[in-house]
Write a protein that binds this ligand. Structure first.
Ligand code: ADP
Length: 483
């Protein structure tokens, strides 16, 4: 690996401003999914390490909470600038540990940095209220205070952005932060810690601990010193962590699975819908929680849409993320390959037809051919389960009411997309979709400026935007009497 700045490759955890090993001395390997090579070893930490990190964070909170928003903003701004300065190295590290194409990795680094920039600014606007009082000799004031020690548990599909989307509002609000990144992708997290340190984030304010998820998770959810958990990952683990947080009544933000519908009405602009479909489906090789999971296409445009999607899909360049122009990297692991194959086999057994792709890619390892299925029905697994891979199943519908009913027939409610040129229909459908986010004639909706999050089993809370700061603030109501 050729980094411009080798100090961005850290193989120790970052706690209380120090680079440390696990108390046990144990480590685990980080692999490049494109080659299977071991690229680094990082500490395999356990409960005792997590306890120490939480205690350090709690101490740091007493100082950090008293800094001014403007002081915190200056440090965050510097962190943001360092991320931009080192974007190439951060992108390379990410591609090596995660597999996404280098251009996408660079895009994620900029996206990750954008949260730090936004919340550096937004943190200054954590305004309170002065409420007209119910008594002439009293005043009602509401201030907003940082929640306290925040724990984060983050996934491998966005190794940098899922951390900054939580850490930036937390730090801006005056909270301190302890994060356990996914075992597959700790290097991006540790590189962010290196840059945080250079930016002047004080010791104990931003901590990264790596290792045993159950052990670290038990402390992060169980400790009464931790006042909030922010989690991004699967719905199953999210439910478990939420239950673990119940004992200490922690605040929780959860960003969980999705089953995103992408609806194409007969009156859609077909080319625009195809552009959106490709972007929404194949980003990160289909491994994002807002990737389209189900294409719902109206009768009159169905055949043209399937043909266009298959034509574009079969042109996608598959390869290792560091190769030029590659658009589809390997999947994260063999389980991901098995899942996509199982979804295809189930659909085909029940009458679906493979239009392109359909099997593991000739390159071997965890590459899979980008696949389009037609004549897909709601009896098939793909109607209910999130595939998290490059599989585009295309369902058919007759009218608007049926499309909305199909779209909502899921326990999930994260992102939905639809294409139509009828303004009244756009309002009706957007309001009828039980989702936290709706792309209307747009296939990519993520931006630090807008509130990202889901309803139903897709989660709780919002990240990014003004709303993202609220997640890290508590109201305090003060009644001042005897005036
Ligand atoms: P995915 O299926 O995308 O890997 P997971 O929900 O399994 O999603 O993982 C998301 C994050 O949750 C990772 O950091 C992982 O280590 C962590 N995790 C998984 N299981 C647990 C657990 N029992 N306790 C705490 N963290 C966990």
């Amino acid at each position: 690996m050729k980094l411009n700045d080798n100090r961005l490759l850290r193989q120790q955890a970052y706690v209380d401003g120090r680079w440390i090993d696990a108390g046990s001395g144990e480590t685990f390997a980080v692999y490049n999914p494109a080659t299977g090579e071991e690229i680094a070893r990082v500490p395999w930490m356990d409960e005792a390490d997590a306890e120490r990190s939480v205690a350090a964070a709690e101490d740091a909170f007493q100082v950090w909470r008293k800094t001014t928003a403007k002081e915190r903003a200056a440090i965050l701004r510097r962190w943001y600038e360092l991320m931009l300065e080192h974007a190439d190295d951060l992108a390379l590290l990410m591609t090596l540990e995660q597999g996404k194409p280098l251009a996408e990795a660079r895009g994620e680094v900029l996206y990750a940095a954008s949260f730090v920039e936004w919340f550096a600014e937004e943190g200054k606007r954590a305004y309170g209220d002065l409420i007209p009082s119910h008594k002439t000799d009293a005043r009602i004031l509401v201030s907003r205070e940082p929640v306290g020690v925040v724990a984060a548990i983050t996934p491998w599909n966005f190794p940098a952005a899922m951390i900054t989307r939580k850490a930036a509002p937390a730090l801006a609000a005056g909270c301190v932060f302890v994060c356990k990144p996914a075992e597959d992708t700790p290097l991006s997290a540790l590189a962010l810690a290196e840059l945080a340190e250079r930016a002047g984030v004080p010791a104990g304010v931003f901590n990264i601990i790596t290792g045993n998820p159950q052990a670290l998770g038990a402390v992060l959810t169980g400790s009464d010193k931790v006042r909030k958990l922010s989690f991004t990952g699967s719905t199953g683990v999210g439910k478990l962590l939420m239950a673990q947080c119940a004992e200490t009544v922690k605040r929780v933000s959860l960003e969980l699975g999705g089953n995103a519908p992408f609806i194409v009405f007969d009156d859609a602009d077909l080319e625009r819908a195809l552009d959106g479909a490709m972007a929404s489906k194949y980003r990160n090789t289909g491994q994002t929680c807002v990737c389209t999971n189900r294409f719902l296409v109206q009768d009159g445009i169905y055949d043209r849409f399937v043909a266009g999607l298959a034509e574009r899909t079969s042109r996608l360049k598959v390869g290792a993320g560091i190769e030029a122009d590659v658009q589809q990297g390997p999947l994260i692991n063999q389980a991901a390959v098995d899942k996509i194959q199982a979804h295809i086999d189930d659909a085909v057994a029940l009458g679906a037809e493979v239009v392109c792709g359909g099997k593991p890619h000739d390159r071997g390892r965890t590459w899979f051919e980008p696949t389009v299925l037609k004549n897909v029905t709601t009896q098939m697994c793909v109607a209910r389960e999130e595939t998290f891979g490059p599989l585009a199943p295309v369902f058919r519908f007759k009218d608007e009411a049926e499309a909305i009913a199909m779209a909502n027939a899921t326990e999930y409610g994260l992102a939905a997309y639809f294409y139509s040129r009828d303004l009244a229909r756009c309002w009706r459908v957007a309001e009828g979709l039980e989702y936290g986010m709706v792309g209307i004639n747009e296939g990519v909706i993520s931006t630090e400026l807008a509130p990202f999050g889901g309803v139903k089993a897709s989660g709780l809370g919002r990240e990014g935007a003004r709303q993202g700061l609220d997640e890290y603030l508590e109201c305090k109501y003060m009644l001042m009497g005897g005036l």
